[in-house]
Ligand binder design. Sequence first.
Ligand SMILES: *[C@@H]1O[C@H](CO)[C@@H](O)[C@H](O)[C@H]1NC(C)=O
Length: 346
Amino acid sequence: MLLPVHLLFIFLLISSTPNALPFRPGSRPVPPTAQPKFREAPAFRNGRECASPAAASAATIHIAMTLDHSYLRGSVAAVFSVLQHAACPENIVFHFITATAPSSADLRRTIASTFPYLSFRVYRFDAAVVRNKISSSVRRALDQPLNYARIYLADLLPPSVRRILYLDSDLVVVDDVAKLWSIDLRSHVLGAPEYCHANFTSYFTPRFWSSNYAASFKGRKPCYFNTGVMVIDLGKWREAKLTERLEYWMRVQKKYRIYELGSLPPFLLVFGGDVERVEHRWNQHGLGGDNLQGLCRDLHPGPASLLHWSGKGKPWLRIDSKRPCPLDSLWAPYDLFHHSSLFSDS
Ligand SMILES: *[C@@H]1O[C@H](CO)[C@@H](O)[C@H](O)[C@H]1NC(C)=O
């Protein structure tokens, strides 16, 4: 039985690459079929114009995403889309944030088998950090602790990562992500598309606007921005201890109910009016439909580099239920999910 031992050795070798979350064989007695199956993505190679990934860490693009079972299919599609449109895909490093063990080991295995050539690390986010800081919002999905992980990127990622592109798991990138990554943040810590026509008042309760807390917006011209796509200077974030400022607002919320949504309003409170404006093409959001009825939405006018199914509906669920919205056909080509009907054993 030389061959199986040999294969096992190779498997262990692959699994022991220096990642934040070491793979522990046998840590979870679940048959492989319990994880959704994905087709293996091909190897995406750098073009000739690219700096070699090992030689120039300055050329590295760091992308952070959360990873959980309910959005796994979306995360896989997002990664696939990023790689497919990047001129220098080998220069991209993914930083996946998972909730807690033991599921994180499964998720890690799924990513490794779907993207055998991907540079990635997995970090465990301890939900206890936020659980007592979260107050219930209008949409229960927004109350998941992992939804708040974006507040803790500066602590979760190593200090060597000084800039991060945070991406939600319900989007696809249809342009070279390097263009978004390399924007000039100028004096700002955070870059994102802003929407100044949105009624900013409505993101906070009347109680907030009639309280002294409203004065925190004095001298600023805050606009709505979506926290699903953000370029963040982690170095400046750490220096300014912005995680603590976001946590401050979460504590205020817990006590006084100053807003209705989940993790967005603290970001508006800390960064509103101090955001580097990114072209709207980098977050064509709302494709999931409205929060109440889940009606289909159309694209906003103008070009699109990133399509975002924010809102209640998710394309993989609508496609599976045979009731897709028209624009879900733009997500489908990035879906690597292997439907179980294709497997005789599941
Ligand atoms: C903005 O929203 C607030 C609170 O929801 C509302 O009272 C106000 O009339 C709205 N303003 C506009 C211009 O729609």
